[in-house]
Design a protein around this ligand. Structure first.
Ligand SMILES: NC(=O)c1ccc[n+]([C@@H]2O[C@H](COP(=O)([O-])OP(=O)(O)OC[C@H]3O[C@@H](n4cnc5c(N)ncnc54)[C@H](O)[C@@H]3O)[C@@H](O)[C@H]2O)c1
Length: 243
């Protein structure tokens, strides 16, 4: 029960990794507020439906969570969108959406959460970046640069706010078996189960990650077990580097 008495906010809570993070935090005693576009079906102590591309929603959310739960100790910036294809196929709308969800929303949520955590004597922020933000793969320039940006923000904030006992770290998954991955196959007309089987064979551990494989590392970074970690970018890749 590493999170007894802790209050947490998880973004993208209705998604594959988000649901697993919420489950793990609650299983270990946290009181959890969830946010996504639709959260009615999620088990949580507080639900906040909203669009992370709305600056006001992001600016106000940590304060609303703090008021609803009586504190905010842990922020998991997990929501994300992926735009596939080369730069010559990308629209301004693709660029704006990815920057808004993957970079600007975590920026605003961190900016609003940090003073609340500092007043309470500390906290932990865990961002979901990507292996691809550390080492670019092919044909996803928008996604990759946004994940590089959140990785860089993690390192900056990890350094800047350690003196306030606020630890900021990121998990960097390679492929994870979630709707984000599976819809990518479906968009390309592929059978998602067969495509995942083929991908499994490319991973030294023999399978791509399940959401729980990532959520357990997020929980580690949010917990006292990671009490001396600030600004770390933890690759969770089953031994598979970005090729
Ligand atoms: N699945 C992978 O292979 C993989 C690999 C590396 C990193 N990641 C990262 O993990 C995180 C979680 O991804 P996932 O695989 O669980 O994807 P997912 O699509 O299952 O979940 C993402 C969630 O974010 C929410 N979201 C997106 N845009 C939003 C908006 N404007 N407002 C509110 N909520 C919004 C979605 O509704 C969804 O529930 C993302 O940041 C993603 O980039 C995923």
């Amino acid at each position: 029960m590493r999170f007894s008495g802790k209050k947490a906010l998880v973004t993208g809570a209705a998604g594959g990794i988000g649901q697993a993070i919420v489950h793990r935090l609650r299983a270990e005693g946290a009181t959890v507020a969830v946010t996504d576009r639709a959260t009615a079906d999620l088990e949580a102590e507080a639900r906040f439906d909203g669009d992370l591309t709305d600056p006001a929603f992001c600016n106000e959310l940590p304060g609303r969570v703090h008021a609803a739960l009586g504190g905010l100790d842990i922020l998991c910036n997990n929501a994300g969108v992926i735009t596939r294809g080369r730069i010559t196929e990308a629209s301004d709308a693709d660029l704006a959406l990815s920057l808004a969800v993957n970079v600007e929303a975590p920026f605003r949520l961190c900016r609003a959460a940090i003073p609340l955590m500092a007043d309470a004597g500390g906290g932990a922020i865990v961002n979901t970046a990507s292996c691809w933000g550390l080492q670019p793969g092919p044909d996803h320039p928008i996604y990759i640069m946004t994940k590089a940006a959140i990785a860089s923000l993690t390192q900056c904030l990890g350094r800047d706010h350690a003196h306030q006992n606020i630890r900021v770290n990121a998990v960097c998954p390679n492929e994870v078996n979630t709707p984000m991955l599976r819809t990518g196959f479906e968009i390309r007309g592929l059978d998602a189960d067969k495509a995942v089987d083929a991908l499994n064979a490319s991973v030294p551990l023999g399978r791509i990650a399940e959401p729980e494989d990532i959520a357990d590392v997020v929980a580690f970074l949010a917990s006292e077990d990671a009490r001396y970690m600030c600004g770390a970018l933890l690759e969770v890749n089953g031994g598979k580097p970005v090729g």
